[in-house]
Design a binder for this molecule. Structure first.
Ligand SMILES: C[S@@+](CC[C@H](N)C(=O)[O-])C[C@H]1O[C@@H](n2cnc3c(N)ncnc32)[C@H](O)[C@@H]1O
Length: 458
């Protein structure tokens, strides 16, 4: 995108803030944060440093929306939600830098915000922006010691309101967390949801081994550490962004996969020669992991409702050298017994990695906390139960069914399993695990392994 001459020269960093502001506007209008950011980064040239700054400020300000609004409410004449949106998001760009950014001096945060006000054609509001931001800076300067981003606000007494405000969580989620967890664990969850997650990889044992890949990374100056709990996992501290240039990617030596996501397939325990169904497969993180375990011996079906997402399974499998071991089918997994009656009673093991609210991966998706609602979760509960029910007739007697989600909502997890077991009393819950995002460093995940009765039962 063309820079506006003169203004940029007057205010270094203005172009970056302008892009952040446009991302915030787009997300408020319904765009996904990663897509809106990608669009802004794709236009014109920005230095790697500026790209990093735009990413940090955009994702940070989207995440911290509720807290930033509270600062506006404390210092503006009009509350945030009734501000003109262009001004509200511009204030968010400035406030985020003042309250959170370690690399932007407060004076630069204020001056670029005032310059941006003029650049976007709101020059008459420049004094207002200046006054609000300076009032926040004065308030913060009047306090001593290391400050949290909410220090200087008067906080609500109600614990859920307070948790939600300080950590920018929607009220329903803060209330739910305090019902599910003791206060200190709820707070740890909230902090983890705003902390960049680790970057974990899974080694493809058909192409290399962990020690060789670690050595290849070291030779390229990339720090990669093995994870004790996952035999094929490496974690790359401090890495993010485009990883395709790293050693071994094009050769299919590894996939990006969170450490807890990697723990799901071992619970399914696929064995060479077996017939396996991955019922919600795209983009194929777990399908390819199953294929790596089967080593070409057996039959693996990858089903997904979305044809477009299924193409990503194909691309991933191709890169990893596993395309021949995977059969793809675009279909509603809830209809498989009708669409493929020949599949009834035929699978040794089924993985149902169900669509879910994604509350275990909030740190990866800046806007997710504002998209998920209790009404959406109610709809997901119906989908999850319908899919679980649809898997039962496809398993052979004694077969195993693994149900997984990347959420921490008890109703989407154990709640679905309990509902299933009420309808199928002869099935057994053999194992289950819930990982919380703050604990163990990875995403929040749930997994349960069920065993079908050995002889045809319920
Ligand atoms: C959590 S993602 C699966 C992630 C995948 N297992 C992996 O490890 O890469 C859920 C997937 O379920 C698919 N899906 C949702 N509803 C479905 C349905 N009724 N039938 C089949 N697939 C469905 C979505 O398109 C999405 O790709």
């Amino acid at each position: 995108m063309a820079q506006t001459p003169g203004l940029v020269a007057d205010s270094p960093g203005l172009e970056s803030r302008h892009r952040v502001w446009r991302v915030l506007q787009a997300v408020a209008a319904g765009a996904y944060a990663d897509a809106a950011l990608e669009r802004e980064l794709a236009q014109g040239t920005l230095s790697p440093l500026d790209r990093g700054l735009v990413t940090e400020l955009a994702y940070g300000a989207i995440r911290q929306r509720r807290l930033l609004d509270a600062w506006i409410n404390a210092h503006a004449k009009v509350v945030a939600e009734r501000q003109p949106p262009a001004l509200r998001w511009l204030l968010h760009v400035g406030l985020y830098q003042i309250l959170f950014s370690e690399r932007v001096p407060v004076s630069a945060a204020v001056s670029t915000s005032v310059a941006l006000t003029r650049r976007i054609g709101l020059a008459r509001l420049a004094p207002t922006v200046n006054a609000i931001l300076r009032a926040v800076v004065r308030r913060r300067d009047s306090l001593s010691g290391p400050l949290a981003a909410w220090d200087g606000l008067s906080l609500p007494a109600d614990p859920a309101e307070r948790l939600g405000l300080c950590h920018s969580l929607p009220a329903w989620l803060a209330t739910a967390l305090l019902a599910w967890l003791p206060p200190e664990r709820a707070e740890a969850f909230a902090r983890a949801a705003a902390t960049p997650p680790p970057l974990d990889l899974r080694i493809n044992p058909l192409r290399t081994d962990r020690a060789s890949q670690q050595a290849a990374f070291a030779a390229a100056g990339v720090v990669a550490e093995p994870l004790a709990d996952q035999p094929l996992a490496l974690t790359l501290p401090g890495r993010s962004g485009d990883l395709r240039a790293l050693p071994g990617f094009r050769e299919g030596c590894w996939s990006v996969q969170d450490r807890h996501a990697q723990a799901v397939v071992p619970l399914l325990a696929p064995r060479p020669g077996e017939r396996i169904l991955d019922a919600c497969a795209a983009p194929g993180g777990k399908t390819t992991q199953i294929a790596e375990t089967l080593r070409g011996h057996g039959e693996l079906w990858a089903v997904d409702r979305s044809e477009a997402r299924l193409r990503r399974v194909r691309a991933n499998a191709e890169r990893l050298g596993q395309l021949e071991g995977i059969e793809l089918l675009a279909a509603d997994a809830g209809e498989l017994a009708v669409l493929r009656p020949d599949w009834i009673g035929s699978f040794d093991a089924i993985l149902l990695d169900a669509p879910c609210s994604g509350l275990g991966t909030l740190a990866r998706h800046a806007d997710a906390r504002w998209r998920v609602t209790p009404a959406l979760i109610d709809e997901l509960l119906l989908v999850q139960s319908r899919l679980l029910e649809a898997m039962a007739p496809l398993l052979r007697p004694g077969g195993r069914l693994v149900y997984a989600t990347c959420t921490v909502h008890p109703q989407e997890n154990r709640g679905r399993i309990d509902a299933f077991l009420r309808h199928h009393p002869s099935w057994q819950l053999q194992q289950e695990q819930q990982w919380w995002p703050a604990e163990g460093g990875g995403d929040g995940f749930y997994v349960a392994r069920l065993a079908a009765p050995a002889l045809n039962g319920a």
